[in-house]
Write a protein that binds this ligand. Structure first.
Ligand SMILES: [Zn+2]
Length: 242
């Protein structure tokens, strides 16, 4: 029951994630009065706001102007529902579960923004900082260790950025990725770093392969892989890492 409640909350927050991933890059208020059609600005009726189902019912088109409403709307809603359900499954109805779900929402926003624009909005990355510190505090970890982890993440990200730039002769790890690695460092115990980097590499290959298959675009941004890897490690049960 707890997992279902988390999933339903995730469905509702999913449409916020799509909006935020767009607004944090292009500007505009994060909270809107009524939801509107992105093309004709017609306010949407309540029956058009049911996550996923409205999109299926309307076959991905606005009821008024018939403009196509991208598949990413229901997809982001579904992904956010899964992300929330995983937090509920691992942590139950507890402060840690709510914190992790909130972090999951931020990671969905970051991944969606990176896939759409190749940019990771700083505001979203920064939102991970207080969530990480609260999560570590709840877990009785020393906050100094968390801060050290953050510094390690930033340093490692910076080194990878310079190293990859020298080898590949072009920018492959953006500044947004470096900052996201710093935020990940706040979340992760130092011992989790090797697993995190392996998970990020794996996620990058799998997601990148799927991305090329579906979109035909050769470049896959690294932000979503960093986000998926971080969330996976946060969900690991205690003692899963050596
Ligand atoms: Zn419309």
């Amino acid at each position: 029951m707890v997992i279902v409640s988390y999933a339903l909350a995730g469905l509702l927050f999913g449409s916020f994630a799509t909006l935020a991933s767009h607004r944090l890059i292009h500007g505009g208020p994060l909270v809107r009065g009524r939801s509107r059609c992105p093309a004709c600005e017609a306010p949407l009726a309540a029956r058009d706001l049911v996550p996923v189902l409205s999109w299926l019912w309307l076959r991905g088109r606005c009821r008024r102007c018939g403009a196509a409403i991208g598949l990413r709307y229901p997809l982001v809603e579904l992904v956010t529902a899964v992300v929330f359900a995983l937090a509920g499954w691992r942590f139950g109805l507890a402060p840690a579960g709510l914190l992790v779900a909130a972090a999951g929402l931020v990671l969905v926003i970051l991944a969606a923004a990176d896939l759409a624009t190749g940019l990771l909005p700083d505001t979203a990355t920064l939102a991970l900082v207080p969530l990480a510190l609260a999560h570590r505090w709840l877990a009785d970890d020393a906050l100094l260790l968390a801060v050290l982890g953050g510094a390690l993440g930033l340093g490692l990200g910076w080194g990878l950025r310079i190293g990859a730039g020298l080898v590949l002769k072009r920018e492959s790890l953006g500044l947004g990725d470096v900052k996201l690695l710093g935020a990940a460092g706040l979340w992760l115990p130092l011992a989790a770093w090797p697993a995190y980097l392996v998970a990020a590499g794996l996620a990058g290959s799998v997601l990148g392969g799927l991305w090329r298959l579906v979109t035909g675009e050769p470049e896959f941004p690294f932000g979503p892989a960093l986000a998926v890897a971080l969330y996976s490690i946060i969900l690991l049960p205690p003692g899963a890492l050596p």
